[in-house]
Design a protein around this ligand. Sequence first.
Ligand code: ASP
Length: 449
Amino acid sequence: MKVSKFGGSSVATATQIKKVLHIVNSDEERRIIIVSAPGKRHAEDTKATDLLIRLYEKVMNQLDYQTKKQEILARFSDIIDELGLKTDLLQKIDDTLEHHIKHLKNNPPRLLDALKSSGENFNAQIIAAYNTQQGVPTIYLSPKDAGIIVTDEPENAQILSSSYEKISKLRDIAEKVIIPGFFGYSETDHIVTFPRGGSDITGAIVARGVKADLYENFTDVSGIYRANPTIIKSPEIIHEITYREMRELSYAGFGVFHDEALQPLYRYRIPVVIKNTNRPDDPGTYIVHDREINRRRVVTGISCDKGFTSINIKKYLMNRQVGFTAKILKILADNEVSFDHMPSGIDNISIIMRTSQLEGKEEKILNEIRSQCEIDELNVEHDLAILMVVGEGMSAVVGTANKITSALANAGINLKMINQGSSEISMMFGISTKEAEAAVKACYQNCYA
Ligand code: ASP
């Protein structure tokens, strides 16, 4: 049995929805389908979810929101009309949006989640109704009826493990089942969304719940590229990648598959395949638990993410002072800052975190370090990018680090930091933001040319 999830661009128009249902109906094993809200129809378009967020902002700022609401309704009415669907769904969408606004406007986080969920919620109903009208028995199931019960943390839902029992019952449904992605219900019966891009998470939860043989994640590319295609022209597609590799690459910017979506799948080793709705016969990329190492392709992928800051601290004889690092980390923890890397030397330490973590707190944190830690020197480096070179095979093949650092040296790129975890599955380099693209190009050339 397969669970198949279709992303926003796959369900953005009637034509795309027809493609989706052709894929779904051509395989009996595709029984449970998760759908996103209508995504972008072209590069300048706005996703339905973003329109819904704009609607929320209008309501909150007490502005006239009717035009924005009409824009949202128009997205759905275009789809309904083009599908030739006989339905009163459009009126229901309008009524639901008004209902949420009326009842939740004094509770902003709840209103935001309720409005945001509407994109997937109504798309799922439209798609189920159309497939039924085409003669394929199909039911729409709300996340509540599907058993997706989550923590009550607006915009950051986590599945409750007690949900899986009920979700497993979805296996017994004979019809095709369409479930909206991106949200669940709290135990107190509130709509709570996952983080952005969270339909992938719904798909993973359902795949785990029904113990699917395969979780198919359909998008608008034929798999995961070895490097960002806006930097490298037509990069190779990865055929197979492990969960661990995927996690490392998505950490540093590979956005095709939500990193939180791997968690439910990991324990049960449910494989994922990333496929293209527009080219469903392309093999796609498999994300699996274990794979054979390809010695010609030791590096699986290269990613680079910008927006990091490094706090660099020097203290003579730091290595002999007990509790020095603990003091610094406590300051960060007290200020609710989580850090990502901590490369160190005998008398120095750098703490790297996403710059957004420091917003509004940087000066306070630096002052606390200065006054509490008796340091010799402190400086802060903004505009840091993190380059990740990832591959399970790196531990078995000698010379990969040499290959990468030579490529970077030849391109004149200054390595501010190097870090390799004990698992040897990835190498991390701290570089200047302005050299990010050049670094990816240099590594790519060297690894795959
Ligand atoms: N529609 C939501 C978003 O744009 C969730 C998703 O598509 O996965 O973030």
